[in-house]
Design a protein around this ligand. Structure first.
Ligand code: 2BA
Length: 111
């Protein structure tokens, strides 16, 4: 068995959960926050049988879309960062469809 951890955008999360459930996968949805954008995203965890792993990954891949987001970065004004004035300016980042980790499960039980 594998544990799939998929970090997806909030906009896609509902449809991914519905599609995984439709295909018989168990899934847990967690409200999370990305470290870089410090914006909300969604982490899905799903335990899947080895022979169903590709099917689960295909569902996630099909639904999750890359999007551009604008975030504020900051650059120092003046010649040195130390003691300089930091001015925020917008930068564009492309947030991926989904960031996925697949882990080997050593034991799975429901008690
Ligand atoms: P965030 O950390 O908020 O990152 C959002 C997007 O910002 C990233 O999209 C990437 O395009 C960009 N980004 C991240 N760090 C950057 C940096 N140091 N410089 C410039 N741009 C940067 P994704 O790569 O698609 O990641 C989407 C979300 O997936 C991340 O949200 C984070 O929550 C998670 N994630 C990505 N890689 C991860 C990892 N190695 N471990 C754990 N979580 C990860």
């Amino acid at each position: 068995m594998k544990l799939v951890i998929a970090i997806v955008q909030d906009e896609d999360a509902g449809r991914v959960v519905a599609a995984l459930m439709d295909k018989g996968f168990g899934v847990t949805k967690l409200a999370t926050t990305g470290g870089f954008l410090r914006a909300g995203n969604t982490t899905l965890i799903s335990g899947v049988e080895d022979n169903k792993l590709n099917e689960a990954l295909e569902v996630i891949e099909k639904i999750c879309k890359s999007r551009e987001q604008i975030t504020a970065s900051a650059a120092p004004m003046g010649s040195s960062a130390a003691g300089g004035v930091y001015v925020p300016y917008p930068i564009r980042v492309t947030v991926g469809g989904a960031t996925i980790f697949v882990l080997e499960v050593s034991q799975f039980m429901k008690v």
